[in-house]
Design a protein around this ligand. Structure first.
Ligand SMILES: O=C(O)CCC(=O)C(=O)O
Length: 191
Protein backbone atom coordinates (compact mmCIF):
# COMPACT_ATOMS: atom_id res chain seq x y z
CA UNK A 1 0.00 0.00 0.00
CA UNK A 2 2.83 2.41 0.90
CA UNK A 3 4.02 2.36 -2.71
CA UNK A 4 0.95 4.42 -3.66
CA UNK A 5 1.77 7.08 -1.03
CA UNK A 6 4.10 9.35 -2.97
CA UNK A 7 5.34 12.24 -0.84
CA UNK A 8 8.29 14.58 -1.20
CA UNK A 9 8.87 16.62 1.97
CA UNK A 10 11.30 19.55 1.70
CA UNK A 11 11.79 21.09 5.19
CA UNK A 12 12.63 24.81 5.13
CA UNK A 13 11.99 25.08 1.38
CA UNK A 14 10.88 28.73 1.51
CA UNK A 15 13.68 31.07 2.59
CA UNK A 16 11.67 34.21 3.43
CA UNK A 17 9.00 32.31 5.36
CA UNK A 18 8.62 34.95 8.13
CA UNK A 19 7.85 37.83 5.75
CA UNK A 20 5.61 35.60 3.60
CA UNK A 21 3.54 34.51 6.59
CA UNK A 22 3.06 38.07 7.82
CA UNK A 23 2.27 39.37 4.34
CA UNK A 24 -0.26 36.66 3.54
CA UNK A 25 -2.06 37.03 6.85
CA UNK A 26 -2.63 40.70 6.03
CA UNK A 27 -3.21 40.54 2.25
CA UNK A 28 -5.36 37.44 1.61
CA UNK A 29 -9.14 38.14 1.56
CA UNK A 30 -10.03 35.50 4.18
CA UNK A 31 -13.51 34.09 4.56
CA UNK A 32 -15.06 31.56 6.90
CA UNK A 33 -17.17 29.11 4.91
CA UNK A 34 -19.97 27.01 6.34
CA UNK A 35 -21.24 23.54 5.45
CA UNK A 36 -24.55 21.75 5.94
CA UNK A 37 -24.26 18.79 8.38
CA UNK A 38 -27.40 16.83 9.32
CA UNK A 39 -29.58 19.79 8.32
CA UNK A 40 -27.56 22.34 10.29
CA UNK A 41 -25.17 25.01 9.00
CA UNK A 42 -21.77 24.81 10.69
CA UNK A 43 -18.84 27.20 10.29
CA UNK A 44 -15.68 25.48 9.05
CA UNK A 45 -12.92 25.42 11.71
CA UNK A 46 -10.49 27.53 9.65
CA UNK A 47 -10.45 30.56 7.35
CA UNK A 48 -10.03 29.99 3.62
CA UNK A 49 -9.45 31.65 0.29
CA UNK A 50 -9.43 30.12 -3.18
CA UNK A 51 -7.56 31.76 -6.07
CA UNK A 52 -7.62 30.52 -9.66
CA UNK A 53 -7.01 31.49 -13.25
CA UNK A 54 -10.11 32.88 -15.01
CA UNK A 55 -12.59 30.27 -16.25
CA UNK A 56 -11.92 27.59 -13.63
CA UNK A 57 -14.62 26.39 -11.25
CA UNK A 58 -14.14 24.21 -8.18
CA UNK A 59 -16.47 22.61 -5.66
CA UNK A 60 -15.20 21.45 -2.28
CA UNK A 61 -16.84 20.91 1.09
CA UNK A 62 -20.01 20.57 -1.03
CA UNK A 63 -19.96 24.24 -2.07
CA UNK A 64 -19.10 25.87 -5.38
CA UNK A 65 -16.18 28.22 -4.73
CA UNK A 66 -15.89 31.77 -6.03
CA UNK A 67 -12.32 32.39 -7.22
CA UNK A 68 -10.52 35.42 -5.84
CA UNK A 69 -8.03 37.14 -8.13
CA UNK A 70 -4.37 36.22 -7.61
CA UNK A 71 -2.34 38.62 -5.48
CA UNK A 72 1.36 39.29 -6.28
CA UNK A 73 2.74 37.45 -3.23
CA UNK A 74 0.79 34.28 -4.08
CA UNK A 75 1.78 34.55 -7.75
CA UNK A 76 5.45 34.59 -6.69
CA UNK A 77 4.90 31.47 -4.60
CA UNK A 78 3.06 29.78 -7.49
CA UNK A 79 6.03 30.51 -9.75
CA UNK A 80 8.45 28.88 -7.28
CA UNK A 81 6.12 25.89 -6.73
CA UNK A 82 5.71 25.45 -10.53
CA UNK A 83 9.48 25.38 -11.01
CA UNK A 84 10.02 22.90 -8.18
CA UNK A 85 7.13 20.57 -9.09
CA UNK A 86 7.47 20.84 -12.89
CA UNK A 87 3.81 21.73 -13.17
CA UNK A 88 1.83 24.83 -14.24
CA UNK A 89 -0.58 25.12 -11.30
CA UNK A 90 -3.73 27.13 -12.09
CA UNK A 91 -5.31 27.38 -8.64
CA UNK A 92 -4.53 27.46 -4.95
CA UNK A 93 -6.55 26.81 -1.83
CA UNK A 94 -5.24 28.80 1.13
CA UNK A 95 -6.16 27.83 4.69
CA UNK A 96 -5.53 29.80 7.86
CA UNK A 97 -5.67 27.75 11.06
CA UNK A 98 -5.97 30.44 13.71
CA UNK A 99 -4.77 28.12 16.50
CA UNK A 100 -4.69 24.40 17.32
CA UNK A 101 -8.49 24.23 17.51
CA UNK A 102 -8.71 24.93 13.79
CA UNK A 103 -8.30 21.80 11.69
CA UNK A 104 -9.26 19.85 8.56
CA UNK A 105 -10.90 16.41 8.67
CA UNK A 106 -10.12 13.28 6.62
CA UNK A 107 -10.48 13.81 2.89
CA UNK A 108 -8.61 13.36 -0.42
CA UNK A 109 -8.01 16.02 -3.02
CA UNK A 110 -9.70 13.90 -5.66
CA UNK A 111 -12.56 16.08 -6.88
CA UNK A 112 -13.41 15.48 -10.57
CA UNK A 113 -12.23 18.99 -11.49
CA UNK A 114 -8.64 18.16 -10.43
CA UNK A 115 -6.17 16.68 -12.90
CA UNK A 116 -5.29 13.31 -11.28
CA UNK A 117 -1.96 13.11 -13.15
CA UNK A 118 -0.62 16.28 -11.48
CA UNK A 119 1.01 16.63 -8.06
CA UNK A 120 -0.39 18.87 -5.32
CA UNK A 121 2.17 21.25 -3.82
CA UNK A 122 1.48 22.14 -0.20
CA UNK A 123 3.39 24.99 1.45
CA UNK A 124 3.19 25.37 5.25
CA UNK A 125 3.92 28.52 7.25
CA UNK A 126 3.72 29.26 10.95
CA UNK A 127 3.06 26.73 13.71
CA UNK A 128 4.26 23.17 13.13
CA UNK A 129 1.28 20.81 12.82
CA UNK A 130 0.85 17.07 12.30
CA UNK A 131 -0.39 15.94 8.90
CA UNK A 132 -1.73 12.39 8.80
CA UNK A 133 -2.49 9.84 6.10
CA UNK A 134 -4.65 6.72 6.12
CA UNK A 135 -5.75 4.42 3.27
CA UNK A 136 -9.13 5.07 1.67
CA UNK A 137 -10.21 1.45 1.39
CA UNK A 138 -11.18 -1.27 3.83
CA UNK A 139 -8.56 -3.77 2.62
CA UNK A 140 -5.91 -5.66 4.65
CA UNK A 141 -3.78 -2.48 4.93
CA UNK A 142 -6.61 -0.25 6.14
CA UNK A 143 -5.02 0.26 9.59
CA UNK A 144 -1.82 1.71 8.13
CA UNK A 145 -1.12 5.28 9.28
CA UNK A 146 1.60 7.81 8.41
CA UNK A 147 2.27 11.17 10.00
CA UNK A 148 4.48 14.10 9.02
CA UNK A 149 5.25 17.19 11.07
CA UNK A 150 4.93 20.15 8.71
CA UNK A 151 6.94 23.19 9.82
CA UNK A 152 7.48 26.82 8.87
CA UNK A 153 8.52 27.07 5.19
CA UNK A 154 8.15 23.34 4.43
CA UNK A 155 6.96 22.19 1.02
CA UNK A 156 5.20 18.85 0.64
CA UNK A 157 4.57 17.45 -2.81
CA UNK A 158 1.83 14.83 -2.99
CA UNK A 159 2.44 13.02 -6.26
CA UNK A 160 -0.03 10.81 -8.13
CA UNK A 161 -1.56 8.38 -7.32
CA UNK A 162 -1.58 9.49 -3.64
CA UNK A 163 -5.01 11.17 -3.80
CA UNK A 164 -6.60 8.08 -5.40
CA UNK A 165 -5.60 5.76 -2.52
CA UNK A 166 -5.09 7.86 0.62
CA UNK A 167 -7.00 10.29 2.82
CA UNK A 168 -5.24 13.06 4.73
CA UNK A 169 -6.15 15.22 7.71
CA UNK A 170 -4.80 18.03 9.84
CA UNK A 171 -6.01 17.09 13.33
CA UNK A 172 -6.83 19.46 16.20
CA UNK A 173 -3.84 20.14 18.48
CA UNK A 174 -5.08 21.93 21.59
CA UNK A 175 -1.58 22.84 22.85
CA UNK A 176 -0.85 24.87 19.67
CA UNK A 177 -1.64 28.55 20.23
CA UNK A 178 0.05 30.05 17.15
CA UNK A 179 -1.51 30.34 13.68
CA UNK A 180 -0.59 28.16 10.73
CA UNK A 181 -1.13 29.01 7.09
CA UNK A 182 -1.14 26.46 4.27
CA UNK A 183 -1.32 26.87 0.51
CA UNK A 184 -2.12 23.88 -1.72
CA UNK A 185 -1.36 24.58 -5.37
CA UNK A 186 -3.50 22.46 -7.67
CA UNK A 187 -4.00 21.78 -11.37
CA UNK A 188 -7.65 21.99 -12.42
CA UNK A 189 -8.91 20.60 -15.71
CA UNK A 190 -10.69 23.07 -17.98
CA UNK A 191 -14.46 22.88 -17.34
O1 LIG B 1 -3.34 22.41 5.89
C1 LIG B 1 -2.83 21.46 5.33
O2 LIG B 1 -1.66 21.13 5.48
C2 LIG B 1 -3.65 20.58 4.43
C3 LIG B 1 -4.72 21.26 3.68
C4 LIG B 1 -5.51 20.28 2.91
O3 LIG B 1 -5.58 19.12 3.23
C5 LIG B 1 -6.22 20.72 1.73
O4 LIG B 1 -6.19 21.93 1.41
O5 LIG B 1 -6.83 19.86 1.07
Amino acid sequence: MTQTLKLRHQPGWLLDADATLKGLQAEVPWQQDSIQIFGQRRLLPRLTCWMADPGFAYTYSGEQQIAQPWIPRVLDLRCAANAFAGCAFNSVLINLYRDGDDRMGWHADDEPELDPSAPIASLSLGATRSFRFKPKGRGPDSRERHCLELGHGDLLLMDPPTQQHWLHELPRRRRVSQPRLNLTFRLLRPS
